[in-house]
Design a protein around this ligand. Structure first.
Ligand SMILES: [Zn+2]
Length: 124
């Protein structure tokens, strides 16, 4: 697993990585999915990288900054598979912007409202 750029000091990076690997593996196995590197990276990034709601392009950009990388196509497929399996939430925004966009978040929160800024395209 990669060394996360965020959060926390370098000294705690390794512990955070191990914790994420264990957490992701357990979550994936409970859902009958394989703890592949791509699946683990998706969950790791959604867990660690603010903001909470990220587009696929942003997720890919973050993944490419990590030490452990997978092909972007593999990473995207993993994200869509996790969304289909319900481990990752998908929010579709289509009002107020020319083209619909999807945002992804960990499906670990109770149902909540979303606020979308049509100026900066941030989703809260
Ligand atoms: Zn949300």
């Amino acid at each position: 697993m990669p060394i996360p750029r965020r959060p926390g000091p370098e000294t705690s990076a390794y512990a955070v990585v191990e914790e994420d690997r264990i957490w992701a593996t357990e979550l994936l196995r409970k859902s009958g999915l394989s703890p592949t590197p791509a699946n683990q990276l998706v969950l790791h990034i959604l867990r660690r990288c603010p903001p909470r709601h990220l587009t696929v392009d942003r997720l890919c950009a973050v993944m490419l900054t990590l030490q452990e990388k997978v092909p972007v196509s593999t990473f995207r497929s993993a994200l869509y598979q996790l969304a289909d399996a319900g481990l990752v939430g998908r929010v579709k925004i289509e009002r107020g912007i020319p083209r619909a966009r999807h945002y992804y978040e960990l499906a670990d929160h109770p149902p909540h409202f979303h606020f979308f800024c049509t100026q900066c395209h941030a989703l809260e």
